[in-house]
Structures are given as C-alpha cells and as structure tokens.
Design a protein. Structure first.
Length: 279
C-alpha cells in the first residue's frame, strides 16, 4: 500500500438527464486526472438530478443502459484512474418495486465496476422554509454496508443522508476502512448548518479520511444544494475545501500514515463495551 494518495473531488451542478450529466462532469474529471489525481470522486446524483416524477421516470435507466455510467466507465479506462461515481440514480432491478436505487459505483482503471453500494438511509423531511423531500417515494433503500478494496487501502461507501448515522461510519472503520466517501446533494439549509460539522465529527470518530464531493447551486428541477466539497483528515482537520457552489475540482494529497497515528492516539474503535439500553 502506498504512503500517499492524490485525490480529487468533483463538485457539480448536475442537469436533469444522464446524457447531459455526463457532458457536465466529463471535463471536470479530465481536469482532475490531468492534475495528477489517482482517485477521483463525484457527488450523489452524478448521472442526473430530477425530482419531478414524470421527467425523472423518463430519465431513469438500468445501470447497464445508463449513458452516464457507460461513459464514466470508458473515461476511467481511458484516463487510467480510479473513479468513484458518488451515486447514479438507476433502476433498482427489483421487479415488484418501481423505485430507483441511489447507487455508488467504484470503477477501476480498466473501466470495471469493482464495488456497488445502495444508499441505506433515505431522506424524508418537511423543512421550515417550505421545501419538502420524500426520497423514500422514489428511492429503494439499500440493505448492506460496503467497503471497496484498492491498492491504497479500503474505502468505505456512504451517500449523503448516511452522514447523520455515526454507527454506519464506525462499522466501516472497524471493518478496516481508512477512507470514507460521503458524496452528497445536501439541501442549502441543512448544509449551511451541519455539513462541515458532521463531516469533521465522522472523521474524528473513525480516525479516517472523509472525502465529501458535493452538488452545489440551483438545479433544473428547482432544488438548491449546498456545495462546499470537503476533504477532512483523520484528526478532524480540514485538508481542502471549496467555499462556493460552483462546479469545480478540489485536489488533495493524503498522507495515509495519518490514519494509524490518529487511531493510536485515540483508540476508541477498540473500546466498545456492551451496555443495557436506557429504560
């Protein structure tokens, strides 16, 4: 395993169709690879973002037929990079459930998908500003956590709202993850209030690098996302950040030995004790 890893987070404002999504993200990925990134991560909803039901259904494809997924596999092979598609919105493949899967895909430098993860926690909320989200109406939750093995270590996969469930991140770290991906399309109100605080907390709790590529700005379907993509070190320090919502590339070089140092200094991952729940 190497001692350092050059990564890049891609911040996007993804359009409402997969073909347009690929055209939007491809030049940013090329820019990241040209800058030396070995691992490139994109946000949640990289292929398309569309919450209007009829338009969403028209844009939805099986994973194998999605033009953005196919294009990103070919791009990873052309550039010779590891590429985490933070998530693609694709048909779940469950015949009796019409809802989509919100699925992370890790693509290796040959263009093969090595690891898949379906978002475990779906976001249903009525916000004080009047915005309403019912992700459960359109997305089938996953059932299992997932860790990807790569030459530079083990990468734990999460998506957006999963960030609010620390036990998932702890389980990933205890299973050997030294990096945890948090691709997201956070709403503006929750992002402004909680995004950075939660990311730094998950890094501190797990002693892992947290890599959080984000959607940002006002999208074609009217939703507003927070942006501010972030790389956090295992001691909770911010290594790199974007301070805006615009599409961009964020580079960082990770000293992978920092994980062992953080976990040796605060060995909390080894100190779980059983306890009776409160009455």
């Amino acid at each position: 395993m190497t001692d350092t890893l050059d990564i890049a987070l891609i911040q996007t404002r993804t359009p409402a169709t997969a073909a347009a999504g690929l055209a939007h993200v491809e030049p940013l990925i090329r820019q990241a690879a040209a800058g030396g990134a070995q691992l490139i991560l994109t946000p949640e909803g990289t292929n398309f973002l569309e919450q209007r039901r009829a338009l969403r259904d028209a844009a939805l494809s099986d994973e194998g037929a999605d033009p953005a997924v196919a294009g990103l596999k070919a791009l990873a092979a052309e550039l010779g990079v590891w590429l985490l598609v933070g998530s693609a919105i694709v048909r779940s493949g469950v015949s009796d459930d019409p809802r989509a899967a919100n699925r992370s895909l890790l693509i290796d430098p040959s263009g093969a998908i090595t690891t898949r993860y379906d978002k475990l926690h779906v976001f249903d909320v009525d916000l004080p500003n009047g915005e309403t989200y019912r992700e459960s109406a359109s997305v089938r939750p996953g059932a299992a956590a997932s860790i990807a093995a790569a030459p530079w270590g083990r990468l734990g996969l999460t998506i957006c709202y999963d960030l609010r469930f620390p036990h998932l991140h702890r389980a990933l770290a205890q299973a050997g993850a030294t990096l945890i991906a948090v691709p997201a399309a956070f709403t503006r109100p929750t992002g402004e209030a909680h995004w950075e605080t939660l990311l730094r907390a998950r890094a501190i709790e797990t002693g892992a690098f947290v890599l959080a590529p984000a959607q940002g700005g006002t999208h074609e379907d009217g939703r507003q996302t927070w942006g501010r993509s972030l790389v956090v070190g295992p001691w909770g320090e911010v290594i790199a950040r974007l301070d805006h919502d615009e599409p961009a590339v964020l580079h960082a070089r990770l000293d992978l030995s920092a994980v062992d140092k953080a976990r040796a200094s605060v060995p909390a991952l080894r100190h779980d004790r059983p306890f009776d729940p409160p009455l």
